[in-house]
Design a protein around this ligand. Structure first.
Ligand code: NDP
Ligand code: HSE
Length: 441
């Protein structure tokens, strides 16, 4: 058999330990698939003495010098499962410039400065693979960067954060509020001690940037993504969605469009939205991920599975390791970054969407006309209006009424301006909730 492909593993935490386990358990199969055995040259960690259970690996392989490990001549492939921007960027740029192949799960780095990694890969001639960075185990990036390269993708809509999907699913199933559902997610180990990156949408925005870059052949960074989290979603919003035959999901949406001059653009956003219960993404519950891709010739495609966890993520990492190892043995490299389209990123204000607005209004003649006038002034067409006694009960609250308005599609800027003006009206006691509606509800 040919000489081994030598691996430097950076990080041996939740994902890294499962990578080690899979490499051990499947070593014979992996060698047969690649045509050469895989061998761990070293494992860089922060704390050598940390308890890593019964990990099937030689303890002398551990080091606290990642850069020294990367620079070794006998390392062919660098696997990075540490996370964060620095020092991971320095390590990976160094490895790629030196011609090593890199496999990483680091969505934060790819979304912040993927350009630096792609440029270094082009310079060094090695491969850069990152299937595990979006939607864990789900084979998604390879289809986008290879299988669908004969087609024209028009839109990608996904649930790409497991923690928030667990929280929203729990709120939907039990009627719990956000805080209560977050507590449950933390107790069950879905949410991290600091859940900010998940609940504020940063994690999903990083993944949205990676998906949009691949789908639209354009460099999209996390900073280009409009981001809203789920902390403001209330039990009343969830109940209101149910009443409309919808559920609320944290969606990442990346879509082609055109600017005022007719030039093609791409819009990328992450925010909670109502989707109809009949939409394929509505039934994605618990901490699962799913991504819905629409392309001119292929039509609609759905990718579904586990988006997080040590073993599922390690599965995606190992798939990449096999691919880059085969390429090295064959003396070839995968197609480099495809960013030729270089589309401009559309501002959120130009996104076409629909709003669901709940108002607490004075219940007297002329109120509906005044409210409708605000929508008309901003050229926003109303699709449905539902009025009931304030508080939902038959007795209501004195002379107030609940007004629930769903709009037709309009630019987000016009919808936002409508809500701003409604908030300023005397007859509007409060704007109880504002949610976007996606997927044809
Ligand atoms: P962990 O926090 O569990 O593990 C991080 C590892 O990196 C640890 O082994 C740690 O060492 C090591 N490390 C941290 N800083 C340094 C440093 N300066 N030098 C050397 N080693 C260092 O992270 P995860 O395994 O959960 O995540 C890894 C990556 O995978 C991240 O990019 C994450 O976003 C991504 N990812 C994770 C998923 C998941 O479900 N966990 C899902 C999809 C992607 P030590 O062990 O000594 O502390
Ligand atoms: N925190 C992420 C999630 C992990 O909840 O989906 C996977 O990237």
């Amino acid at each position: 058999m040919t000489s081994p492909v030598r691996l430097a593993l950076l990080g041996c935490g939740t994902v890294g330990q499962e990578v080690v386990r899979l490499l051990h358990e499947q070593s014979a199969d992996l060698a047969a698939r690649i045509g050469a055995p895989l061998e761990i040259a070293g494992i860089a960690v922060r704390r050598i003495g940390r308890d890593r259970g019964d990990l099937p690996v030689d303890p002398t392989l551990f080091t606290t010098d990642p850069l020294g490990l990367i620079k070794r001549d006998d390392v062919d492939v660098v696997i990075e499962v540490v996370g964060g921007i620095e020092p991971a960027r320095t390590w990976l740029v160094e490895a790629l410039r030196a011609g090593k192949s890199v496999v990483t799960a680091n969505k934060a780095l790819l979304a912040e400065d993927g350009a630096a990694l792609h440029d270094a890969a082009a310079e060094g001639g090695g491969d850069l693979y990152y299937e595990a960075s979006v939607a864990g185990a789900i084979p998604l990036l390879r289809p986008l960067r290879e299988s669908l390269h004969g087609d024209r993708i028009t839109r990608v809509t996904g649930i790409v954060n497991g923690t928030t999907n667990f929280i929203l699913s729990a709120m939907d199933a039990t009627g719990a509020g956000f805080a209560e559902a977050l507590e449950e997610a933390t107790e069950l180990g879905y949410a991290e001690a600091d859940p900010t990156a998940d609940v504020e949408g940063f994690d999903a925005a990083a993944k949205a940037a990676i998906l949009a870059s691949l789908a639209f052949h354009t460099r999209v960074a996390a900073a280009d993504v409009h981001r809203e989290g789920i902390t403001e979603v209330t039990a009343a919003d969830v109940a209101s969605a149910r009443a409309m035959g919808c559920t609320i999901k944290l969606l990442c949406i990346a879509a082609r469009g055109a600017d005022a001059a007719g030039r093609e653009t791409v819009g990328v956003r992450v925010h909670p939205a109502m989707i109809p219960l009949t939409h394929p993404l509505a039934s994605v519950g618990d901490a699962f991920n799913a991504v819905f891709v629409e392309a001119d010739a292929a039509g609609q495609l759905m990718f579904y599975g586990r988006g997080a966890g040590g073993a599922p993520t390690a599965s995606a990492v190992l798939g990449d390791v096999v691919a880059v190892s085969r390429n090295r043995l064959a003396g070839v490299r995968a197609a480099s970054e495809s960013a030729y389209a270089d589309l401009a990123v559309r501002p959120m204000g130009e996104a076409l969407t629909r709003y669901h607005i709940s108002l607490d209004v004075a219940d007297r003649p002329g109120v509906l006309e005044a409210v409708a006038g605000v929508f008309a002034r901003h050229d926003v067409s109303i699709a449905t209006v539902r009025q009931g006694p304030a508080g939902g009960g038959p007795a209501g609250r004195g002379d107030d009424a609940d007004l629930v308005i769903v709009t037709h599609v309009a630019p987000d800027a016009a919808l936002a301006a409508t809500v701003r003006e409604l908030r300023g009206l005397d007859i509007v006691r409060s704007v109880a909730s504002v949610l976007r509606v996606e997927g044809g509800a």
